[in-house]
Design a binder for this molecule. Structure first.
Ligand SMILES: NC(=O)c1ccc[n+]([C@@H]2O[C@H](COP(=O)([O-])OP(=O)(O)OC[C@H]3O[C@@H](n4cnc5c(N)ncnc54)[C@H](OP(=O)(O)O)[C@@H]3O)[C@@H](O)[C@H]2O)c1
Length: 362
């Protein structure tokens, strides 16, 4: 397994990390579905063991993934292996419990204790502020930042994490006509206040290609010595053709994909049109597409680590053994061209008021 030194954490991690949102299974938080269907805890644990056997040293979970189930599965793994060799990240910010807000200091401390307990460890490598909602007028921002900084000063966490917007260029923040100006400006404000060591950002075949004079999230992180964990590189399975466009899936309550328009028939057909082109160029199998999706993310920046979600040992095995040769720059250009038209089709088919949380819309 390729190793990468993550800026901000200043530690080597496996280039591919295990994304453990999926293994939490079905869940609902504050009335919003946030989970994944079809998860069997033993199969998921076998996947974690397999990931470890194949050299994965980075595991990303959160208090809210399966409302603790994901953390407890990772904890089972930590009970059987050398914890000190692994990099474990978890998150806080969605689950309020009986508190007025998830970012009240006492609630963060409670969740942190529960997270350590679930994981059976006495420290975290990265602790993410999972959401950017800090209450009305950012009422809880100061205490949230102070609380995680205290945890860091006490040696209970090694790095503070924060998420980046799905689409971002620094220049948009001052371009008042840009549709994402407010989001970009908000992110820069939070970045200055939180001073994170690590960011997480979505990046996959459908991500926009930025203009040469735009400072995207990778440039920004590099300039500031911030580590980056890239997520949703398989587009929740959509980018490796797991769903038949002629039989759009339906999901039980508790699975967030039921609210994601990209799992509807028109969106699946648009994605399918792009994947057909990629299959002709790179090969017909799911492993061929997985190689393209993972390589595309890994080659975006040599300093980032890439998180991959899974439900079973079989998925982990195929994802970690399909990498093959790197993509050429011609390959990357052709992928960008093909998938940007898919992206346009998806944007056109998106409902005007999508009813989904920012976090869980991939
Ligand atoms: N910090 C944040 O705000 C944040 C937000 C989102 C995600 N993340 C992290 O990033 C990780 C990765 O993102 P993700 O899990 O949402 O998406 P992903 O890695 O793009 O997709 C994972 C899903 O793809 C399908 N899949 C994976 N391998 C497969 C294979 N070999 N064959 C067929 N299907 C396969 C599985 O879904 P099915 O089998 O169910 O189809 C799996 O659950 C998360 O687990 C989480 O740790 C962080």
């Amino acid at each position: 397994m390729e190793q990468r030194r993550l800026p901000g954490l200043n530690r080597e991690v496996s280039a591919l990390g295990a994304g453990c949102w999926t293994i939490g299974g079905l869940a609902i938080n504050r009335g919003v579905p946030i989970g994944w269907a079809g998860v069997d805890a033993d199969a998921a644990f076998a996947g974690l063991v397999r990931a470890h056997d194949l050299g994965v040293t980075l595991y990303d979970t959160a208090d809210v993934y399966g409302l603790g189930r994901s953390e407890r599965l990772v904890g089972r793994l930590l009970g059987e292996v050398n914890r000190s060799r692994l990099t474990i990240s978890s998150k806080v910010g969605y689950f309020a419990g009986t508190a007025a807000h998830p970012y009240q200091a006492a609630q963060i401390r409670r969740q942190f204790e529960t997270t350590l307990d679930n994981l059976g460890t006495d420290y975290l490598d990265i602790y993410f502020l999972h959401v950017s909602d800090f209450g009305p007028g950012d009422r809880y921002l100061e205490e949230a930042v102070e609380t995680v900084q205290q945890l860091k000063r006490r040696g209970l966490i090694r790095a503070i994490g924060m998420r980046a917007p799905h689409e971002f260029a620094r220049e948009w923040a001052t371009d008042l006509g840009h549709p994402r100006a407010a989001e970009a400006a908000r992110f820069l404000t939070l970045l200055a206040r939180v001073q994170p060591d690590v960011l997480t950002a979505r990046y996959n075949l459908l991500s926009p290609i930025y203009a040469p004079d735009e400072t995207d999230i990778f440039d920004l992180a590099r300039d500031r010595g911030i580590g980056m964990l890239v997520k949703q590189v398989l587009g929740k399975g959509l980018l490796i053709g797991t769903h038949d466009p002629l039989a759009a899936p339906s999901f039980p309550s508790g699975d967030h994909r039921g609210q994601d328009h990209r799992f509807t028939a028109p969106a699946l057909q648009a994605i399918q049109s792009g994947l057909s082109v990629l299959r002709q160029r790179f090969g017909p199998t799911r492993a061929d597409l997985t190689r393209v999706a993972l390589r595309y993310a890994l080659q975006r920046d040599p300093a980032v680590a890439v998180l991959v979600g899974f439900r079973t040992s079989q998925q982990i095995t195929s994802n970690l053994t399909c990498l093959g040769e790197p993509l050429s720059s011609d390959d990357i250009g052709a992928i960008g061209l093909t998938m940007s038209s898919v992206r346009d089709m998806l944007t056109a088919s998106r409902p005007a008021n999508p009813n989904s949380q920012q976090e869980h819309s991939a």
